[in-house]
Design a protein around this ligand. Structure first.
Ligand SMILES: [Mg+2]
Length: 263
């Protein structure tokens, strides 16, 4: 969405709406975004107002990196949730979800307590762990920290390397408990994110029956949020890196003209 179909957080423009409408004559369309559904709907509003029902029925929305699927329901005249996978569903593929989840939370609370004992200059608020469907966010100063507390954490963290240390210990504990398929990463400036392996945008391919998938994205280089999906489809020469919506229009039209020639 951002940087490909629209400028970041901006609404879709008329020329992009007409490109998508034309593309829908040749293929089913999908929008995969790291953002939640509310952002996609807001940005797509101008398109939803003018697209025909035929086009809308060919357009699927995949928020949260494709861990959620929304399709158009003509009777309700809106997009409805068709599929939702959560972190806990993933744990079920590893073992008993509730045992594993309890173990994970116990370890986070234990490490939180360990950090408070070890680092006497660490100050905290509350609400340390947030379950966000596809990710578990552990904030060491707590999500209720005001800017002063957050600033305090940033400075003690840079002094002691608290998050890196906790992340290493957590990694060892997860591996020892058979949770090596959970990834951990430092998130923002105060948190550690814990999420299932492979839950980047390639997750969307789980919902697409056809092998014949083309992808356009703007952040396709290592570290970018389109990188993994871009790389996977580039083996079949079906991924395109775009410099923004204007470039997307050019590359989209090029692809359409090649498809027309092939026919
Ligand atoms: Mg983007």
């Amino acid at each position: 969405m951002d940087g490909t179909l629209t400028e970041p957080r901006k609404q879709i423009r008329e020329d992009m709406i007409s490109l998508l409408s034309t593309m829908s004559n040749f293929a089913d369309l999908g929008i995969v975004s790291g953002s939640p559904i509310e952002y996609i709907q807001e940005q797509m509003m101008p398109a939803f107002e003018v697209m025909t029902e035929e086009v809308l029925q060919k357009l699927t929305l995949f928020p949260c990196n494709g861990t959620q699927v929304y399709t158009y329901d003509a009777s309700k005249k809106c997009y409805c949730l068709k599929h939702r996978t959560t972190f806990k569903d993933f744990l079920n593929t590893v073992g008993d979800s509730s045992v594993l989840y309890t173990h994970l939370i116990m370890n986070l609370l234990d490490l939180q307590s360990y950090a408070l004992k070890k680092y006497s200059d660490l100050k905290v608020s509350g609400h340390f762990i947030s379950f966000r469907d596809s990710i578990l966010n552990w904030s060491i100063p707590g999500r209720q920290a005001d800017s002063e507390l957050r600033q305090n954490f940033v400075s003690v963290d840079s002094k002691h390397g608290i998050r890196s240390h906790l992340n290493e210990v957590l990694r060892v504990r997860l591996d020892a408990f058979g949770l090596s398929r959970l990834e951990t990463a430092l998130g923002g400036s105060t948190s550690i994110d814990i999420f299932p392996e492979g839950w980047d945008k390639t997750h969307v391919l789980n919902h697409i029956a056809s092998e014949d998938v083309y992808f356009f994205g703007d952040r396709c280089q290592p570290g970018g949020n389109d990188y993994h999906l871009y790389k996977k489809l580039s083996l079949k020469k079906r991924s395109y890196e775009v410099a923004g919506p204007a470039d997307m229009i050019i590359k989209g039209m090029n692809l359409l003209s090649r498809i027309n020639l092939d026919e």
